[in-house]
Design a protein around this ligand. Sequence first.
Ligand SMILES: CC(C)(COP(=O)(O)OP(=O)(O)OC[C@H]1O[C@@H](n2cnc3c(N)ncnc32)[C@H](O)[C@@H]1OP(=O)(O)O)[C@@H](O)C(=O)NCCC(=O)NCCS
Length: 180
Amino acid sequence: MILETNRLRLKALSREDLEDFYDYASNPSVGNSSLWKPHENLEESKNILEEFVLSEEFFGIHHKLDEKMIGIIGLHQDELRTLDKTVCREIGYGINYKYWNKGYMTEAASEVIRYGFEELNLKIMTGTTSKRNTRSQNVMTKLNMKKEGILRMGWQDYKGQLQDKYCYSILREEFLQDKE
Ligand SMILES: CC(C)(COP(=O)(O)OP(=O)(O)OC[C@H]1O[C@@H](n2cnc3c(N)ncnc32)[C@H](O)[C@@H]1OP(=O)(O)O)[C@@H](O)C(=O)NCCC(=O)NCCS
């Protein structure tokens, strides 16, 4: 399955993406915003990439200009809901720090939302982020997702600090209305 936007190509995450995955995941700003520990070496990235590839839940986001994998985006089980993955998926994403603020994640995630509703026939798509991750909150707002609430102390980051979880979602009907 390959999804395309103006500037990007979204392909199943692969073991061949290791170097770009490490380039993405070793930058401290990326991990710290997502609450996971920045990767310290290629071996660590290799092990985590292996898990992600086997899960079959991730797209690699490739730039069409040079095919570099500049980020990842996944469609996961929403652990906060007792809904089947055929009904609901949670979006999770990250972009290589060098590519921030160029509209790439908004572009990639818009296409993944279209795919979720039009091709997977989902009824709801969700996303969560931390209170301090205003960049991710802004992306979800730009995707027309609604902020549905705050799960107080919903996360623990890798440093052991408790963080409020901001929960967003978009319903199929809202997606169809936005398209009109
Ligand atoms: C959160 C994150 C994914 C945002 O990705 P991004 O590609 O920088 O997001 P976008 O560029 O689509 O949107 C961000 C800004 O770029 C601006 N922008 C949009 N199109 C643009 C363009 N063509 N040129 C320049 N800027 C643009 C937007 O106005 C937006 O600014 P705003 O948020 O002030 O409104 C990225 O910061 C990241 O990977 N963070 C670390 C991982 C993470 O936090 N993941 C989420 C965990 S919940």
